[in-house]
Structure formats: structure tokens, C-alpha cells
Design a protein around this ligand. Structure first.
Ligand SMILES: Nc1nc2c(c(=O)[nH]1)N[C@H]1C(S)=C(S)[C@@H](COP(=O)(O)OP(=O)(O)OC[C@H]3O[C@@H](n4cnc5c(=O)[nH]c(N)nc54)[C@H](O)[C@@H]3O)O[C@H]1N2
Ligand SMILES: Nc1nc2c(c(=O)[nH]1)N[C@H]1C(S)=C(S)[C@@H](COP(=O)(O)OP(=O)(O)OC[C@H]3O[C@@H](n4cnc5c(=O)[nH]c(N)nc54)[C@H](O)[C@@H]3O)O[C@H]1N2
Ligand code: SF4
Ligand SMILES: [Mo]
Length: 728
């Protein structure tokens, strides 16, 4: 029997687990009480690690399509097939003819974080897509323009704040996002026990709303309007107190003037919250000793995503709460953080829109194009058309808008490669599937998420089980792929490529040092561990991987400390409070001020505790019980539309239609319905037995790929106009 301490890789909370094993069997999984961040907290998904380990549907051998069927093949055969099929596409049609979709689990995967950039650079395609543009891209765009790097996102200091205003986030279910803070229930209760206040803005009375002091329904996609109304109140009532932040801001006067156009009375009819409530929210935010505004996916996957994301930080500045204890603060992470390397307090800033998508002309952001464009780039003929697709840990057929169109487009590709652990709705179309190790077979360090943690922490987990049987690890797969797409054939020298990647990272992270010496100081480490050690040595805290190995419960560097101006990486060295492209986008919002509810229905999503986007429904402990993929409808709407609880209804949008079971509840506001995403597992060829017994419907059949937040290209997944009729 052995005990392993390990970080849970499933969501952003990064909980510490205590896993008991006997041989290759998982005996039990508990919360690690000594974990420096989670102190024993876990959610039901943690047990999914055991079921995932035992899941017979999980792929362990490559699959190659022969005569139309996906059949088992050796690794060498699979790589040869990739070379045989992919290389001619690159040669005939150029680099952009092969598109890539990087799915959510990449963000939790050390191998992918370290080696992803290397194989993508070798591929050299502009058609790179990821889950970011169905998720947080608007926040990355606004924060990048304001503070200078793509992950300079302020995190609410929940453990010390006196007041938190939460919009479009349900951390009691999602366990937090762009906010690594396990046990949000405990942390929010802490605020109330200190005499502070929790306010939630959501078209649904979510679990987080139930835990709050105050909840307001908001009409979907009008958060920017509400935030402008709050900001305007601060100006009108002389409540702006940026304090010492003022000297670090460019554009403060411009913002004070701009928001003056949007009095509470003007925005109230659009967002559906009364003007005196908006004014009171503003006064309470200003009066609190410390306060933080925090917003998540309900505010980013919508029409005004970048504006809403920007206004969150504008409010944090206007109330003097940015970079202050109990306000919204910047994490100082131990590894790979761009706003703590290079020159302090100044940088190159970010650039977006360096190229545009071929068909719709939507702008690139941080090297990727909006995934809402993927289908049209495949199914629109002409110069630059996409003929090949590589998906890594992604299920875009279920996760991205207009699934019907994307599914058709994917079916027409010349070649598709997936690196994944299941044959699911997307990978069933692949010509080759390469399996990845399960989480317990790989090491873990959250390079991205520790940059967004509520305290400065670091925690490394070695693999629990050896990844044996001569299978290449995921990082080795990425390097072989790099070899193929750079024309070196299917059998590259992985060690040599690994050295090359490590050397490149050494030159970038430690520019003043001799890379040979750096690399020899890291011996005998190789692979992701060598590069992680390099990041840690170059990072802001004086720590190495050996130190982390000696601390299996993690290392806590303490709560956040103020970091302005050092954290800034804008060209001016200031907070850019009024970035020009964002200010220009206010025109679109002005044009929406006359909008009123026309009695039509709009669709939003919701997350569920026992789900993880599209992929944990094959684990019995997580899906068993009554059907969860239901449509929430308010009782008023249900009676008007003739919908009965438990009966089925047809939901139609501009993109498609689905039939879903109705669940009548006053937890959702009138005029709005909610269907969770990630379901729809009844497609032919899917090899996930448990999931196909609990299929649910794919809500992204309804999401319209033509609707995006224009600055970030992020898809609109909340606030989709729909028509609903009872099923006949
Ligand atoms: N309507 C609507 N749509 C949404 C959302 C919404 O709120 N509403 N949310 C969006 C958001 S925030 C996100 S992040 C996306 C997520 O959507 P995707 O990016 O598609 O990610 P997942 O659905 O999590 O699918 C993960 C895939 O990775 C595979 N996988 C799991 N672990 C591993 C691994 O270790 N290695 C490899 N190679 N593969 C692995 C799984 O089998 C699965 O195929 O969905 C988005 N779609
Ligand atoms: N259990 C579980 N945890 C997860 C995931 C999961 O699938 N399951 N997914 C993970 C991922 S990839 C992510 S990105 C995070 C996301 O984490 P969160 O952002 O916390 O996501 P949700 O729980 O979907 O909460 C979004 C809330 O926004 C509300 N909303 C919808 N439209 C609007 C709007 O226009 N305005 C406002 N104010 N609110 C709106 C919805 O009703 C919902 O309550 O969760 C992560 N954690
Ligand atoms: S909250 Fe997230 S990290 Fe924590 S146990 Fe659940 S899935 Fe894992
Ligand atoms: Mo996400």
C-alpha cells in the first residue's frame, strides 16, 4: 500500500488529494488536509480519477482508420500514417491548410503547456483555435491591453475583502475560474462572518447566489450596461477614490468622462435592474473598506464580453481597490509568469489583430483565431482553405458554436488527427487517434493556474503510476509531431528535439546566462521536469523543483502583496485605463441602449457540479441519478408557452434545434432559459458506453457561430435568441 499526494488536474481549484494505492489499483481518494491551498477540500469530481483509471473505454492504444473503421495500430504505424497523410497537405496547400484545436485540459497539463508552443511553432499555421475563444478571451484582451501581458488578470482577494460583487460566475459549482481558490463556499462565508457582503448578479439564482447576501437577476449580456451605470454613479456622486493608483494610470480623466454618459436611469431598462438598486450597489462598493469586482464566464461568452471585462477592472481602479489588500490583486507566481520577468514596470504590451481569419476577417488574439470561425474555414473553398485538423484534448463538436455546421465541416476534411483519451463526438471523425496517459500516469504542475491563485503557491506532483508498456509520454508525442510537421519524418530523435526546446527556453528565461551551463545545472532532468525546474529557477521565488519535491503538500509564499507598478508590462509603464480599441467598442453598446425585452426568449448555459465540460460523463459515479441535461424555465414562461414540468420541448435558434426535457423553476428569471453545455453523447461511433446511456442534448447546436464579441472574437454562448414550443 502506498500514499501519494497529488494535485487534482480537473479544474482550476487545484485541490490537493491524498491517494491510496495498492499495486496499480486506486484504493481511496481523499482531500489532502495538509495541502497549502485547499486544506482538505475536494469536490465529487476528484473521485473521477479512480473511475477514469478503471475506465475500459479510455484509449491506451493508437487507432488508425482502415477501410472506414478506427482500428488498433502500433505507435510506429500511427506516426507513419500521420506523416503519410499530413505532409502532402502541408506541401500542396501550405502551412495554414492544417488547423489546430486545443481543448481545455491543455491548460491543466504540464506537457502541453511546455511542449505545445514548440510543435505549434514547427507547424507554423495561422489556423490555431482553442477553448479560449469560447471562454475567457475577452478578459485576456482587456487585461492585456490594460496591464500588458496575456495573463495579467487581477484576482479578487477573497480571503481579505470586505465586499465582493460577483457577475456571471458560479464558483460554488465551477469551483472558481480565473481565480484559483478551492472551497469558495468557505471563503465566501468567511467574508460574511467578517461582517462583509457578497452580491451576485446572474440571470439565475445559482448556488453562489443562494449563499450571497444579495442577488439580482440581470437580463443576459447586459453586464457592461450595469457596470457603466455603477461607474457613472461613482462619478456623479463624487465617490471615485483611485488614490495612489491615479499616478499609475493613463486615461483616467477620459474614463471619468466616458462613463458619465451612462447614468443608472439610462442603463436600468436594458439590464432589468432598477436604477436605485444600481446606485445603491455603487455606493456600497465605494463605502466598503475593501472591495473587489469579479466576473466570469457569464460576462465573457456574450455580446459585450470585452467591454464587461474591462469595466470590472475600471471599477476596481475607480474605487481604489486594484492592487490593494482585500481588493483585486496580482498573483506573484513561481514559474513562467510573464509579468514578473524582464524589466520591472515596463514592457512591450500586447498586440492583437496582427492577422485576420480568411473568410470573415475576424482578428487574431494572442496567436489564435476565434473558434467560431473554424467551420467556415474548413467548408469554404478557395485559397487558404483548411484541409487538415489536429485536435488535442478538445471536443469542439460539443463545445463550440453551431455544432451542426462544424460536424459537417469536419466530416469533409482530407485528414484529421486527435490526441485524446476517448472516441467521442469529435474524435470519432479522426483518421488517427493517439491516446494520452491518464492523469495518474503523468506529473503535474499548474503553470497557468498558479498565476491566478488567491495566494502565491507552488505544488508539484510526480506521477502516481508508471506510464509503461513502451508508450511514448504525451510530451514525446508532441515532439514526434513537431518532427513530422517540420518535414523530418515519423522517426525523429526526441532527445535532440527536447534539448533544442530546453535550450530555447533557457535563452528566453535566463537571457544573461550561458545556456549550456544552465542546461548542465539541470542534469539529469529531462522532459517537462527539466523545463519546469528552469522556469522555477528563473522565477520570482527562490525555489527549485527539488524543493517542491521535498514539499508534497505544496509551498505557500503567502497572500498577495501590492505589485504596481512593477507588474505592469505596457509600453507606457502605466495602467492603460482607456485602451483605444475598447473605447471604440462603446459605440456598439450605445447603439444597444434602446433595446428592450420584446417578450422573446433567450438561452443561457449553466455548469453542474458533477460534470466537466464535455468529458466526464463516462464515469458512472458522476452521471448516475436523474437526467441533468434539462432546460430550466421560469413558471410564468412555462404557463405562457404551454410547457409542462418533465415534458419535452423543442428549442429553435438561428443555428439549429434540439429537444430537451423541461424543468420548471423560479431560480431562472422570466424570459430566459438555461441548458447546460457538454452533452449530446448519442452520436454513432462514440465509444463511451456510460455516457451514451446518459446522452443529454448538445446545447451548442443552438449557438450561432456568426455572433461574436468583435474585439476578442469570443463566441456568444449566453443570450442566444430562441423559440420554444412543446414537443408534439
Ligand atoms: N454553450 C456553451 N459552450 C461552452 C461553454 C459554455 O459555458 N456554454 N464553455 C466553454 C468552455 S469555458 C470551455 S473551456 C470549453 C471546453 O471544451 P473543450 O475544449 O472541447 O474541452 P472539454 O469539453 O473539456 O473536452 C476535453 C477533451 O479532452 C480529452 N481529454 C481529457 N483529458 C485529457 C488528457 O489528459 N490528454 C488528452 N490529450 N486529452 C484529454 C477528453 O476526452 C475530451 O475529448 O467548452 C466551451 N463550450
Ligand atoms: N463542475 C464543473 N466545474 C467546472 C466546469 C464544469 O464544466 N463543471 N468547467 C470549468 C471551466 S472550463 C470554466 S471556464 C469554469 C467557469 O466557471 P464559472 O464562470 O463560474 O461558470 P458557470 O458555473 O457556468 O457560471 C456562469 C454563470 O453565469 C450566469 N450567466 C449566464 N449568462 C449571464 C449573463 O449574461 N450575465 C451574468 N451576469 N451572468 C450570466 C450563468 O447563469 C451561470 O450561473 O468552470 C470550470 N469548472
Ligand atoms: S474542485 Fe476541481 S480541483 Fe478540486 S477536487 Fe474538484 S475537480 Fe478537483
Ligand atoms: Mo473553460
Amino acid at each position: 500500500m502506498a500514499i501519494h499526494y497529488r494535485t487534482c488536474p480537473f479544474c482550476e481549484a487545484t485541490c490537493g488529494l491524498e491517494i491510496e494505492t495498492e499495486g496499480r489499483e486506486v484504493v481511496s481518494i481523499r482531500g489532502d488536509k495538509q495541502d497549502v491551498l485547499s486544506h482538505g477540500f475536494i469536490c465529487p469530481k476528484a473521485f473521477g480519477l479512480k473511475e477514469l483509471h478503471e475506465d475500459g473505454d479510455r484509449l491506451t492504444t493508437p487507432l488508425v482508420r482502415r477501410d472506414g473503421e478506427l482500428v488498433e495500430a502500433s505507435w510506429d504505424e500511427a506516426f507513419e500514417e500521420i506523416d503519410r497523410r499530413l505532409t502532402p497537405i502541408l506541401e500542396q496547400h501550405g502551412r495554414n491548410a492544417v488547423a489546430v484545436y486545443l481543448g481545455n485540459p491543455n491548460a491543466h497539463n504540464l506537457s502541453a503547456m511546455v511542449y505545445g508552443p514548440a510543435w505549434l511553432r514547427a507547424l507554423g499555421s495561422k489556423n490555431v483555435y482553442s477553448a479560449s475563444t469560447v471562454d475567457q478571451m475577452p478578459k485576456q484582451v482587456s487585461a492585456g491591453l490594460m496591464f500588458g501581458t496575456i495573463l495579467s488578470i487581477p484576482v479578487p482577494d477573497v480571503d481579505r475583502t470586505d465586499h465582493i460583487l460577483i457577475l456571471g460566475a458560479n464558483p460554488l459549482v465551477s469551483n472558481g475560474s480565473l481565480l484559483t481558490a478551492p472551497d469558495m463556499r468557505g471563503r465566501l462565508r468567511g467574508i460574511r462572518e467578517r461582517g462583509g457582503k457578497v452580491v451576485v448578479i446572474d440571470p439565475r439564482r445559482s448556488r453562489t447566489a443562494e449563499e450571497a447576501d444579495e442577488h439580482h437577476f440581470i437580463r443576459p449580456a447586459t453586464d457592461a450596461h450595469l457596470l457603466l451605470g455603477i461607474a457613472c454613479t461613482l462619478v456623479e456622486e463624487d465617490l471615485c477614490t483611485p488614490g495612489p493608483l491615479a499616478e499609475h494610470c493613463n486615461g483616467l480623466d477620459e474614463v471619468l468622462e466616458l462613463v458619465g454618459e451612462f447614468p443608472a436611469e439610462r442603463v436600468a431598462p436594458v439590464c432589468g435592474i432598477a436604477p436605485d438598486e444600481i446606485r445603491r450597489m455603487a455606493r456600497e462598493l465605494a463605502a466598503a473598506d475593501s472591495a473587489a469586482v469579479y466576473a466570469r464566464i457569464g460576462t465573457t461568452t456574450q455580446e459585450f464580453g470585452t467591454l464587461a471585462s474591462w469595466l470590472v477592472d475600471v471599477l476596481n481602479v475607480l474605487t481604489g481597490n486594484l492592487d490593494r489588500e482585500g481588493g483585486a490583486m496580482f498573483t506573484l507566481a513561481a514559474a513562467a509568469q510573464r509579468n514578473s520577468t524582464g524589466e520591472a514596470g515596463r514592457g512591450k504590451g500586447v498586440s492583437i489583430g496582427r492577422w485576420h481569419s480568411r473568410v470573415r476577417g475576424l482578428p487574431e488574439a494572442y496567436g489564435e483565431l476565434p473558434v467560431a470561425c473554424l467551420a467556415e474555414e474548413i467548408d469554404t473553398p478557395g485559397e487558404g482553405q483548411v484541409h487538415g485538423l489536429i485536435t488535442v484534448a478538445g471536443n469542439p463538436v460539443v463545445s463550440t458554436p453551431n455544432s451542426g455546421r462544424l460536424e459537417g465541416a469536419i466530416g469533409s476534411l482530407d485528414f484529421m488527427l486527435s490526441i485524446d483519451i476517448y472516441v467521442n463526438e469529435t474524435t470519432r471523425h479522426a483518421d488517427v487517434i493517439l491516446p494520452a496517459p491518464e492523469p495518474l500516469e503523468k506529473s503535474h504542475y499548474d503553470l497557468a493556474l498558479y498565476q491566478l491563485a488567491v495566494r502565491d503557491v507552488a505544488n508539484y506532483s510526480p506521477p502516481v503510476f508508471e506510464y509503461n508498456g513502451g508508450r511514448p509520454d504525451e510530451w514525446q508525442v508532441f515532439l514526434r509531431l513537431a518532427g513530422i510537421v517540420s518535414g523530418q519524418g515519423p522517426a525523429v530523435d526526441i532527445d535532440a528535439l527536447d534539448d533544442l526546446v530546453a535550450r530555447t527556453v533557457a535563452q528566453r528565461e535566463l537571457p544573461g546566462e550561458d545556456p549550456d551551463e544552465v542546461l548542465s545545472s539541470l542534469e539529469p532532468r529531462r522532459g517537462p521536469e527539466r523545463i519546469l525546474d528552469l522556469f522555477l529557477r528563473a522565477g520570482a521565488h527562490d525555489i527549485t523543483l527539488t524543493d517542491l519535491e521535498a514539499n508534497p503538500h505544496g509551498v505557500d509564499f503567502g497572500p498577495h502583496r501590492p505589485r504596481i507598478p512593477d507588474v505592469l508590462r505596457t509600453a507606457s509603464g502605466k495602467i492603460e485605463l482607456a485602451p483605444e480599441p475598447i473605447v471604440a467598442d462603446l459605440d456598439r453598446l450605445r447603439a444597444s441602449l434602446d433595446r428592450r425585452s420584446n417578450g422573446g426568449m433567450v438561452l443561457i448555459g449553466r455548469r453542474q457540479l458533477r460534470s466537466n465540460n464535455s468529458w466526464m460523463h463516462n464515469l458512472n459515479a458522476l452521471v448516475k441519478g436523474k437526467d441533468r441535461c434539462t432546460m430550466h424555465v421560469n413558471p410564468e414562461d412555462a404557463s405562457r408557452l404551454g410547457l409542462a414540468d418533465g415534458a419535452r420541448a423543442v428549442v429553435r435558434s438561428a443555428a439549429g434545434q434540439v429537444e430537451a426535457p423541461v424543468e420548471i423553476t423560479d431560480a431562472i428569471m422570466p424570459g430566459v432559459v438555461s441548458i447546460p453545455h457538454g452533452w449530446g453523447h448519442d452520436a454513432p461511433g462514440v465509444r463511451m458506453q456510460v455516457a451514451s446511456e446518459h446522452p443529454g442534448v448538445n446545447s451548442n447546436v443552438l449557438a450561432d457561430e456568426t455572433l461574436v464579441d468583435p474585439l476578442s472574437g469570443n463566441a456568444v454562448l449566453n443570450g442566444i435568441p430562441v423559440e420554444i414550443v412543446p414537443s408534439s
